[in-house]
Design a protein. Structure first.
Length: 317
C-alpha cells in the first residue's frame, strides 16, 4: 500500500471542501506526515476568488482511487482522509477499494462502515475548518497567514457570514481569530467573497444547477438537492423554464425521485425553491407548504444541512 494519504472533500467541492483540505494538508505536513490535498471536481467562483485573493494554488483533481479503474494513478490500495463529508455517494469514485484512515466532518453520518480502525472527528459546528483550528491548537500550532485565510473563507462560506442556523459561537470565535492571522477585515472580506461567489457570470443553467449539488438516499427516494447563493433571486427566476427543463433532464438521466433546487437569498435570509420529480409531495409535507407552479419561498431556510436535509429525512422515514 502506498504510504501517502490523499486528503479530499466531497464531489462538487465548495469552499470548505477545498480550503479545509489545504489547511489540513499544511498541518499534517508540519507534523511530518506524508499527505497530499486533492479535489473531486471543479472550483466554484467563490473558491476561485479565495484562492486568488490569498495566492494559493488549487489542489489537483482526483478522478478515482480504484487501482483497477481507467485513469487510476495508484497501483495499490490508496490511503484516504475524508474531510467535509462521509457519505460514499458524495465521495471519490472507487472509495470502496481504499483505506479510510481519517474522517473530519460536520455533517450527519450516513451508513458508514470501514474494514480497519480509523480516526473520526465529527463535531456539530458550522464548518470543517472550525474543527481544524481546534486540531491545530491541540498540536500547539496555529495556521500561517495563507492557511488562516483558507480556513476563514471556509467558515464564512459554510455559515453565510454567520447568518446560517448551522453557525455556532465556536465558528464565530474561530473566524475572528483566523481573520487576525490572515490580516483581513472579517465583514468586508466576507461580503466581497460571498458576492464574488454569487455571480454566475456566463454559466449555463446546467452549470449553475450543478455548482453545488448533492445526492441523498432517503427512504425509497433518490433525492438531489442543489443550492446556489445569490443577492439577486430574480436573475434565476427570469429563466425558470430553462431551469425546469434542465432539472427534468437530470431527473430522467439520473433517476431522481425528487430534485430540489434551492436559490438562497443571502441578504433576505430565505430561499426560493424550484422542486420537481414524482416525490414532490415529500417536499411539500417536509416544509408544510404547497408548491405554486413548482416553486415555494421558504422564509428563514438557508441551510441544506440543518434545514433541508433533516426536514426531508423526517418525512422519508
Ligand atoms: Mn462544510
Amino acid at each position: 500500500m502506498s504510504e501517502k494519504a490523499l486528503i479530499f472533500g466531497h464531489k462538487n467541492p465548495d469552499t470548505d471542501s477545498i480550503c479545509s483540505v489545504l489547511a489540513y494538508e499544511a498541518l499534517k505536513k508540519q507534523l511530518g506526515e506524508n499527505v497530499e490535498a486533492r479535489r473531486l471536481g471543479n472550483l466554484n467562483k467563490e473558491t476561485e476568488f479565495v484562492l486568488n485573493y490569498f495566492d494559493v494554488e488549487a489542489p489537483k483533481l482526483l478522478a478515482t482511487v480504484d487501482p483497477n479503474a481507467e485513469g487510476a494513478e495508484n497501483t495499490e490500495r490508496q490511503k484516504v482522509i475524508l474531510i467535509d463529508h462521509n457519505e460514499r455517494i458524495q465521495s471519490v469514485d472507487g472509495l470502496e477499494t481504499a483505506q479510510i484512515t481519517e474522517v473530519i466532518d460536520h455533517h450527519k453520518f450516513g451508513e458508514f462502515s470501514t474494514f480497519e480502525p480509523l480516526m473520526i472527528r465529527a463535531e456539530p459546528v458550522g464548518c470543517s475548518s472550525t474543527i481544524l483550528l481546534t486540531i491545530y491548537k491541540e498540536n500547539d500550532l496555529l495556521p500561517e497567514k495563507k492557511m488562516a485565510g483558507m480556513m476563514l473563507s471556509a467558515i464564512i462560506s459554510d455559515t453565510l457570514l454567520f447568518k446560517s442556523p448551522t453557525c455556532t459561537p465556536r465558528d464565530v470565535k474561530a473566524a475572528e481569530e483566523l481573520a487576525k492571522i490572515a490580516g483581513v477585515d472579517l465583514e468586508k472580506y466576507g461580503m466581497d467573497m460571498l458576492i464574488a461567489g454569487a455571480s454566475f457570470g456566463d454559466k449555463s443553467t446546467k452549470e449553475i444547477i450543478n455548482m453545488d449539488m448533492k445526492e441523498f438516499e432517503m427512504g425509497a427516494n433518490k433525492i438531489a438537492i442543489a443550492q446556489v447563493n445569490t443577492v439577486n433571486v430574480a436573475e434565476i427566476l427570469d429563466q425558470k423554464e430553462q431551469y425546469e427543463s434542465t432539472i427534468q433532464e437530470q431527473i430522467e438521466s439520473e433517476g431522481y425521485d425528487l430534485f430540489v433546487f434551492i436559490i438562497t437569498d443571502i441578504l433576505r435570509s430565505g430561499s426560493e425553491t424550484i422542486v420537481l420529480g414524482k416525490a414532490t409531495d415529500v417536499f411539500e409535507s417536509a416544509f408544510d407548504t404547497k408548491l405554486d407552479n413548482n416553486t415555494a419561498w421558504l422564509e428563514g431556510a438557508v441551510s441544506r444541512k440543518k434545514q433541508f436535509v433533516p426536514n426531508l429525512m423526517e418525512v422519508s422515514k
